[in-house]
Structures are given as structure tokens and as C-alpha cells.
Design a protein around this ligand. Structure first.
Ligand code: NI
Length: 134
């Protein structure tokens, strides 16, 4: 059985590798390397797999999952500049892939280890990433 909770966060970012020249950053990241940043409306799907508790009928109480997503993801990233405001990306380029891994790691720590977690993040209507811990 799987259940899913969806949330949204709006964040700014810049894709930039400080170890590279400006030319190489422009070549690899193009418009995403804009020094003045740009934003996305991110959608996160948090999928939990496990078995249904016989007493509650729940796999996980979605109210609890909602609160965990708020505490770990929305409060940390919504209306933030990922590069400047969020220590998670101090030394990590905030690509879609890395955002997905960071979100998985934060949620994974907050959830019961008996549950299998998978995180999907949509950066645009057409671009998304999924991470399940490997
Ligand atoms: Ni972008």
C-alpha cells in the first residue's frame, strides 16, 4: 500500500559551481546561472509505502505527514533563496536532483524507519525528479 501527500514551495535558486570559471558555468548551466537568481513553484509528492495498521486502518496518519512536510520542507524552503538562505545548499548546487535528495534525507530522518519513502519533485510542468534513497 502507498499513500501520498502533496505540498508546494516557491523558491529562488542559481545553478553555479564556484570551482568553475564564469564561462564554464554559463556553458553548462545557461540561463539557470543568472547571477540574480530565478524562481520556481516546486511541487513535492511524498509517497509512503508500508502496511495498514489493523487498529487505525492507516498506513500513516496524513495529518502527521502534513506536519512533517511543513516542518522539514515548507518552513525551510518556501519563499527562500535556496543558495543564500538554506544551509542545506551552502556547498551543494540546488539542482532539481539535489533538492529531491535533500528533501528525502530530511523527511527520512523524521519518519518511522519501517516506512519506505519516495520523494518526487516537480520543478516545472515538464521536469521532475524522483528519489527513494538510492
Ligand atoms: Ni531553475
Amino acid at each position: 500500500m502507498k499513500v501520498c501527500r502533496i505540498a508546494y514551495f516557491n523558491s529562488a535558486h542559481r545553478l553555479y559551481n564556484p570551482e568553475w570559471s564564469d564561462e564554464k558555468n554559463n556553458e553548462v548551466f545557461g540561463k539557470c546561472n543568472n547571477p540574480n537568481y530565478h524562481g520556481h513553484n516546486y511541487k513535492i509528492e511524498v509517497w509512503i509505502e508500508g502496511s495498514v495498521n489493523q487498529e487505525t486502518g492507516y498506513l500513516i496518519d496524513l495529518k502527521i505527514l502534513k506536519q512533517i512536510i511543513k516542518d522539514e520542507i515548507t518552513d525551510a524552503f518556501d519563499h527562500k533563496n535556496l543558495n543564500l538562505d538554506c544551509p542545506e545548499f551552502k556547498n551543494l548546487i540546488p539542482t532539481l536532483e539535489n533538492i529531491c535528495i535533500v528533501c528525502w534525507n530530511k523527511l527520512s530522518k523524521a519518519l518511522d524507519s519501517s516506512l519506505n519513502l519516495s520523494v518526487k519533485i516537480w520543478e516545472t510542468e515538464n521536469n521532475l525528479a524522483e528519489y527513494s534513497g538510492e
